[in-house]
Design a protein around this ligand. Structure first.
Ligand SMILES: Nc1ncnc2c1ncn2[C@@H]1O[C@H](COP(=O)(O)OP(=O)(O)OP(=O)(O)O)[C@@H](O)[C@H]1O
Length: 266
């Protein structure tokens, strides 16, 4: 008898988000299984970030539904969605610049707690442990007393990742985590995301840096005009005529094919 299919962690059913006459996300459906790293690509304005706004509750869908662990979260608040187990990072750095690295992560760990019955001046052991674990995962332990505003770009991105992890998510959404980083820094971020996934957190990441996207993702979804134009293995991207025509272009497609071959040989 065939194995029963695993229950999806996240499911988007016919999700549409309209801004006036523009359907930024247009009838998009996909499923994410536990343990997957789903890479989302597509041209500027394709609706990628809007999809994250919808899933994380910052800008709810106009129609369609979003299910997390089978529960309908389409109209849930961002706080409830965070407590259900979805965390996200943003394209632009979001941190309290005047606080230390550790205090930034503590704030996130505190927010991530489901029940904050006794707001007060002391943080509980579980909150401190969540902050410690997040700093360890992203490799910022040695910089925990640095002031966030003075950090270099990579560390600021790692700090935002640590904040998301400190809420103890089951699903992490990352919006362009390596924009503006050097190749060496991209590799460090890639290692950090692999550690997150190895700890059992499913990941959906939006990225234009295709090397990063294809090397990390177990599956890729390419969006165009709010719709999915490709969903499948990273290796299939370079052979998909529509993806090459509307997004990659011939040159980038050839470079990506070479990266994929190199990866397969390694
Ligand atoms: N709050 C908003 N009000 C009106 N239009 C919006 C709003 N947010 C996004 N849009 C529009 O929706 C479309 C999709 O934008 P979105 O930011 O989701 O694209 P994207 O794929 O993430 O692009 P990029 O790769 O450049 O980040 C764009 O045309 C954008 O101008």
């Amino acid at each position: 008898m065939a194995e029963p299919a695993a229950a999806p962690l996240l499911e988007c059913r016919e999700v549409t988000k309209r801004f006036g006459a523009l359907a930024a996300v247009d009838g998009l459906s996909f499923r994410l299984l536990p343990g997957e790293i789903l890479g989302i690509g597509g041209p500027n304005g394709a609706g990628k970030t809007t999809l994250f706004e919808v899933v994380s509750g910052l800008n709810p869908a106009t129609s369609g539904s979003v299910l997390f662990e089978g529960a309908d979260i389409t109209r849930a608040s961002p706080e409830a969605i965070c407590h259900a187990g979805i965390a996200r990072t943003f394209q632009l750095n979001a941190a309290f610049d005047s606080l230390t690295v550790r205090d930034n992560v503590r704030v996130a760990a505190y927010f991530g707690r489901d029940r904050r019955w006794w707001p007060g001046l002391r943080l509980g052991g579980a909150t401190e442990a969540a902050a410690d674990e997040a700093l360890e995962t992203v490799g910022l332990v040695g910089k925990d007393r640095s002031i966030a505003g003075a950090l270099p770009v990579l560390d600021r991105k790692l700090l935002m990742l640590a904040g998301a992890l400190a809420t103890r998510p089951k699903l992490l959404l990352m919006d362009e985590p390596v924009g503006g980083l050097s190749p060496g820094e991209i590799d460090l971020m890639q290692a950090a995301v692999r550690r997150v996934a190895a700890a059992g957190v499913a990941v959906v990441l939006i990225e234009h840096v295709m090397r990063f996207l294809v090397q990390l993702s177990t599956r890729v979804l390419i969006m165009h005009h709010g719709e999915s134009i490709y969903e499948g293995p990273p290796e299939g991207l370079v052979e998909d005529r529509t993806v090459v025509d509307v997004y990659l272009g011939e040159g980038a497609s050839r470079r990506l094919a070479a990266t994929l071959e190199e990866q397969a040989r390694a």
